[in-house]
Unconditional design. Structure first.
Length: 100
């Protein structure tokens, strides 16, 4: 419970810092804040799912995607592949926002 609370405290802190930085970009009249918003959403969702799929599903074995399945491997591979695609999309959007 303590580690879960610390994780959520840390992630909420990052959310607040990110929102402040986006607010500053928008306030300065920059148009790149919209791309950065979507980049942050993709990076956050993908990063969390990658953490969840590797640490919580495989290392700690806290929960599985489909516990009644005879093999977890196909589900874990797809889950982590989608997470990696979201992370890659987030980095691509972030890179694009820096060029504009």
């Amino acid at each position: 419970m303590v580690s879960d609370g610390l994780f959520h405290l840390f992630s909420t802190g990052l959310l607040v810092v990110g929102m402040y930085r986006l607010w500053r970009l928008e306030r300065d009249g920059s148009r790149e804040w919209k791309l950065r918003l979507w980049a942050g959403i993709a990076l956050g969702a993908g990063g969390f799912n990658l953490y969840d799929g590797t640490v919580q599903h495989k290392i700690l074995r806290l929960h599985q995607i489909r516990p009644e399945a005879p093999s977890q491997l196909p589900y874990d591979l797809v889950f982590n592949a989608v997470a990696l695609l979201l992370v890659a999309a987030g980095f691509a959007l972030l890179r694009r926002s820096r060029r504009e």
